[in-house]
Design a protein around this ligand. Structure first.
Ligand code: 4AD
Ligand code: MG
Length: 468
């Protein structure tokens, strides 16, 4: 074949250099045609749009064309022309075709017909080749860019916190252990407790549930930082909103209190949503048309409205009133209860009809590090609740007072030997500070309109599932 440098299909649709010889490489989505002319819909991942390859069958050997079936990978030289057919505005008249790899129609699982999302999860190694997952994973990339740009523009530093840790930030005991010990021959002391002295780290270590504690150390030196990395939770919740391995973004800022923290969260999410509307038009349109007719409208509506700010106590009143008027919830609601996703969604979707930031939760249901209010009952927590998702962000103002923090950690059973370094920030130059964590996949659920969190991460990790 003649050597022509490759152009991505997205660039050909954008720049439309009609009348020039171009080279494209990609995977065959469909092939159809008649005796005179063949049509291949070719996709190279750069855009949801396929490039139509037109083959004059008089110019090509039939035997060469036969193996070009759905899923095959080909290399094409040809002339880019304006398309006569409807549905696309450019096409390539093929002059040379090379087959890189065939895909046997009898065994290649992604044939033309629509597949269920459940089936596609079983072939997660191939699902990026579908329109849907191409769109979702391109949007995943764009949202990561939005996040870095947002913080960089505002002078935040991207700070890398460890993945292996010996402290449980959320204190919820949902950690995956990391060990090199021989599990068939564990050494135990006289009380039956495992002796970790000879383990790799010389103590019990786990995968992190959050980078917050380390991010706080950085905020107390660099002013404003954020983390963006994988976090792990061994919670046995098989729901459409929980993963055992998910990505979290955690900004942490010195000298701001809860009100500014809420504003930061609102500005941040809106920035990401606007970025999706501005940079992912084709993919969003596809997802809107195929899955969720209200998607683009919902994204636009979130930008329009100010998020509601409401205390937990007021929120519980609204929910209790709803129950009194006959609304049925699966889980009981009373002051002190942790809100279930149905409660959160009632407030957002039915009562206020826009995102809600709920604050000042009972201290019993929140973590040890949150700043205590003067009422002795609540802490300066803030959860951002979103339509269709429920909790998308969890955050708080942090307790900066050493004695209060020390006492609360003790009460909640967080061992001092695990967090002595964290407590030190309150001994040396403490300051008011706040932060929050955004679940990256929950944001992606919102911007893509997907309904199961397993479908917005390439290789989901959930109970009983770590394939690929
Ligand atoms: O509310 P969480 O547990 O808060 C923290 O981890 C704090 N350390 C954050 C901080 O203040 N820096 O988790 C934060 C967010 C949730 O609001 C949710 O979006 C997401 O992380 N999240 C999960 N996403 C997917 N699967 C799970 N199992 C998740 N658990 C939490
Ligand atoms: Mg939370």
């Amino acid at each position: 074949m003649e050597t022509i440098s490759r152009t991505k299909i997205a660039d050909l649709f954008k720049n439309k250099p009609f009348g020039t010889q171009v080279n494209v490489k990609g995977w065959v989505r469909t092939r159809r045609g008649n005796k005179q002319v063949g049509f291949i819909a070719l996709n190279d991942g750069s855009t949801i749009k396929n490039m139509q390859i037109v083959i004059d069958l008089q110019k090509f050997d039939e035997e060469l064309l036969k193996p070009i079936t759905t899923g095959a990978c080909i290399n094409v030289n040809g002339l880019l022309v304006e398309s006569q057919g409807k549905g696309q505005d450019a096409e390539i008249q093929a002059e040379e075709i090379e087959i890189y790899g065939t895909a046997d129609p009898l065994t290649y699982p992604l044939q033309k017909k629509g597949h269920s999302m459940e089936f596609l999860r079983e072939i997660a190694h191939l699902r990026p080749r579908t329109n849907t997952f191409g769109a979702v994973f391109r949007m995943r990339h764009h949202m990561a860019m939005a996040i870095h740009t947002f913080f960089h523009e505002r002078g935040f530093y991207y700070f890398h916190t460890p993945i292996i840790t010996a402290s449980d930030c959320e204190g919820a005991g949902q950690m995956f252990q990391v060990t090199t010990m021989n599990l068939y021959d564990l050494k135990k002391d006289e009380n039956g407790s495992i002796i970790y002295d000879n383990d790799f780290f010389g103590k019990q270590a786990s995968l992190t549930v959050s980078g917050q504690l380390e991010a706080e150390l950085a905020a107390m030196a660099m002013g404003a930082v954020y983390t963006f990395g994988p976090t792990f939770r061994a919670e046995n919740s098989n729901t459409p909103r929980h993963l055992a391995e998910f990505w979290m973004i955690e900004p942490e800022v010195a000298f701001i209190e809860i009100a500014e923290n809420m504003q930061l969260a609102e500005d941040f999410i809106k920035y990401c949503v606007r970025w999706a509307l501005d940079n992912c038009k084709d993919d969003l349109q596809f997802l809107n048309d195929m899955f969720d007719k209200g998607l683009i409208e919902r994204l636009q509506s979130v930008l329009k409205d100010e998020f509601v700010r409401l205390s937990y106590t007021e929120g519980v009143k609204i929910l209790e009133d709803a129950v009194a008027k006959g609304h049925k919830f699966e889980f009981p609601i009373y002051w002190g209860a942790d809100l279930a996703s149905e409660h959160e969604r009632y407030l957002v979707e039915e009562y206020f009809k826009r995102p809600v930031i709920l604050t000042d939760y009972p201290k019993e249901i929140k973590s040890f590090y949150m700043k205590q209010n003067d009422d002795g009952k609540t802490v300066r927590a803030m959860d951002v609740l979103f339509p269709k998702i429920g909790e998308i962000i969890g955050g708080s103002q942090r307790e900066e007072n050493y004695d209060k923090l020390y006492t609360r950690a003790k009460e909640m059973g967080v061992p001092e030997k695990d967090i002595w370094w964290y407590l030190d920030t309150r001994r040396f130059g403490t300051a008011p500070h706040s932060g929050f964590g955004l679940g990256f996949e929950r944001l992606l659920l919102f911007v893509t309109g997907m309904t199961n969190i397993r479908d917005v991460i390439p290789f989901p990790r959930t109970p009983k599932n770590a394939e690929f």
